[in-house]
Design a protein around this ligand. Structure first.
Ligand code: ZN
Length: 139
């Protein structure tokens, strides 16, 4: 890739790093609170629901639906100049967490709130795999 680097989360960060390592291997994982069962995103040292510490990472299938979205027409970062207009969506997983992501495989004009989607894992390089979503008819 040439030009400015896109800003990304640090895959080696101790807290969110687990999410990115799992994504590199094609899995969607979140922290699960053993005390109250809450599935946590973003990751945290304490459960935001019951304040219990810890939380083991568990895999979810990632099926969900578009909860909201916006189309970006403005270049807010040079790394995205070639991509406008692009969508940024909030996807609510059946498992609970809501992820900020992009929808692929569908023109922006056809995006709809409530559209069923499933994750795809898109490697941008050896260290970073983005989790994006595509329409999942019939799921
Ligand atoms: Zn909890």
């Amino acid at each position: 890739m040439s030009g400015p680097m896109r800003p990304v989360s640090d895959p080696e960060s101790s807290l969110v790093g687990h999410f990115w390592r799992a994504a590199r291997e094609g899995r969607l994982e979140f922290q699960h609170c053993a005390a109250c069962g809450y599935l946590r995103w973003p990751p945290a040292v304490l459960c935001p629901e019951c304040l219990a510490p810890g939380g083991a990472w568990i895999e979810v299938d990632g099926l969900g639906a578009i909860w909201s979205f916006a189309i970006y027409e403005q270049v807010y970062h040079e790394a995205f100049r070639g991509e406008v207009p692009y969508n940024v969506a909030l996807v609510e997983l059946e498992a609970g967490p809501r992820l900020i992501t992009n929808i692929v495989g569908l023109p922006n004009e056809q995006l709809q709130i409530g559209l069923r989607v499933r994750p795809i894992f898109e490697a941008l390089g050896p260290d970073l795999t983005l989790v994006r979503f595509r329409p999942s008819p019939g799921s």
